[in-house]
Design a binder for this molecule. Structure first.
Ligand code: SAH
Length: 269
């Protein structure tokens, strides 16, 4: 049916596959995958969806998100039921925003298409759950990639989040093309946080090669992470609970006494 128009109503489902194993896929996401005639996404994510009759796969390389989105909308306008897949959640540094960018700048008739977004478990939440509860207080998420924004803005957001004492999840921490930024981020963090602040390096969470490390801020290095790693820098209150086997839980208590050095007129109220 894909590509045919005769009055067929096509649609787009933008689907989060979760961090890895199929057990993290929501039933709603699975149902949307089951109804798709066409599957679009970055090839490792497309590869996670089992082949079946009636499903045409359109895997593409990384960094072609807008082309991929236009392709999805064109196919849907022709009557296809298109599933656009992302790892984790599709709204977190992923395909949902790219698709809406394409819609925003595309032909008017695309706007009548039914579009649904099926959430998935994002890397930050999967990583936090494995480690304990490091996001138990206020937190934020920052992508360290400067492909789509200048590094000066990334650095400003890091500074703001560090000075306001958020726990900070770093997506896209490092790549061959961007080898230095994670170390720059750690250097900024050391100016705001104690040396013992726990840093969680959660790699390939929910996959067979999953690994988790907790390293004090004073010792953490960019080379300990790769593109498949979610880095989580603790807040000042983030703590470890040692286990008898030498490993530890990491958690951030729900309570927070306040910020040192906040304006006097704000103090004590
Ligand atoms: N939409 C995805 C994020 C895409 S950005 C999500 O919601 O998870 C890609 C970055 O996400 C990677 O560089 C890494 O920092 C992180 N990431 C994605 N999957 C991961 C996993 N299984 N384990 C650890 N980090 C992961």
């Amino acid at each position: 049916m894909s590509g045919s128009n005769g009055g067929q109503t096509g649609r787009v489902s933008i689907i989060g596959l979760g961090p890895g194993d199929a057990c993290y896929l929501t039933p709603a996401a699975q149902a949307a995958l089951d109804e798709a005639t066409d599957l679009i996404g970055y090839f490792p994510y497309v590869a996670r969806v089992p082949e079946r009759n009636g499903l045409t796969r359109h895997a593409s390389d990384n960094r072609v998100e807008l082309d991929r989105s236009r392709h999805a909308l064109e196919l849907a306008a022709g009557g296809a039921h298109v599933a656009v897949v992302s790892g984790g959640d599709p709204g977190v540094f992923a395909m949902a925003a790219a698709l809406f960018e394409a819609l925003d700048n595309g032909p008017d008739h695309w706007r009548a298409l039914p579009i649904t977004v099926e959430p998935g478990i994002t890397a930050m939440l999967a990583a936090a759950a494995k480690a304990g509860a490091p996001l138990g207080g206020d937190f934020c998420a920052i992508s360290l990639s400067d492909n789509l924004k200048p590094w000066a803005l990334v650095a400003r957001r890091l500074e703001a989040a560090l000075s306001a004492d958020f726990a900070i999840a770093l997506y896209n921490p490092i790549s061959k093309a961007r080898p230095h930024q994670l170390d720059d981020a750690f250097t900024l963090a050391r100016a705001h946080r104690a040396p013992q602040t726990p840093v969680l390096l959660a790699r390939a969470v929910g996959r067979t090669d999953e690994s988790l490390r907790i390293v004090p801020l004073s010792e953490v290095r960019g080379a300990m992470a790769d593109m498949s790693t979610l880095v989580l820098i603790g807040a000042s209150t983030t703590r470890l609970i040692e286990k008898p086997d030498g490993t530890a839980w990491v958690y951030t208590p729900r309570f927070h006494a306040g910020l040192e050095g906040r304006p006097a007129e704000d103090g004590g109220k």
